[in-house]
Design a protein around this ligand. Structure first.
Ligand SMILES: [Zn+2]
Ligand SMILES: [Zn+2]
Length: 177
């Protein structure tokens, strides 16, 4: 795939983008290494999907990634994107968030297998991976009698940004509580 030529006179905004691009390159290299170490292949198609996810800040829905990949005029089959995501999820590079069907790049030490837990914002739809280790044990213990095996915990609520906006835009008109 040809790369866009970089401008010699970078604006501050372009510089920020260059820094982001550097991060993305590092994350792609890390995924590459992880695959090599495990005898897997990060094909160009899988890499393109991962790159699109990272460009969206590490969290996106499958259709958004498809749109991004197609935006350059390339013909990308939806099935190819889903298969690439399946691969990335199966090998702990990306997690799937069950309750909102989004995909999240794993920020953890690449890429030991773990059961991810998420904080999901009902307002903006963001899903943040959360280290639930202590909580996980408590929930597993509480559910022991049911025989239910806990794999991950997904908590719904408002992210800090949305909770703050909520406070500012909801004056105390709902009476006292
Ligand atoms: Zn993770
Ligand atoms: Zn939010």
């Amino acid at each position: 795939m040809p790369r866009a030529p970089s401008s010699p006179r970078a604006s501050p905004k372009a510089q920020a983008t260059a820094a982001q691009a550097k991060d993305i390159d590092a994350q792609l290299a890390s995924a590459d290494r992880h695959c090599l170490d495990h005898g897997l292949k990060l094909t160009s198609g899988r890499k393109a999907v991962l790159q699109a996810l990272l460009r969206r800040g590490g969290t996106a829905k499958a259709y958004e990634l498809l749109a991004d990949l197609q935006s350059g005029g390339a013909s990308v089959a939806p099935m190819a994107v889903y298969r690439s995501l399946d691969f990335l999820v199966a090998h702990d590079i990306v997690h799937k968030v069950a309750s909102n069907s989004s995909f999240v790049y794993c920020q953890h030490d690449h890429h030991r297998h773990h059961e991810p837990s998420f904080l999901i914002c009902e307002r903006c739809g963001s899903a943040t991976e959360w280290d639930a280790e202590g909580c996980h044990a408590v929930v597993a213990q509480a559910l022991k009698a049911t025989g239910f095996a806990v794999h991950g915990i997904e908590i719904q609520g408002l992210c800090a940004g949305c909770a703050q906006t909520d406070k500012l835009t909801t004056p105390a008109t709902r009476g006292n509580r």
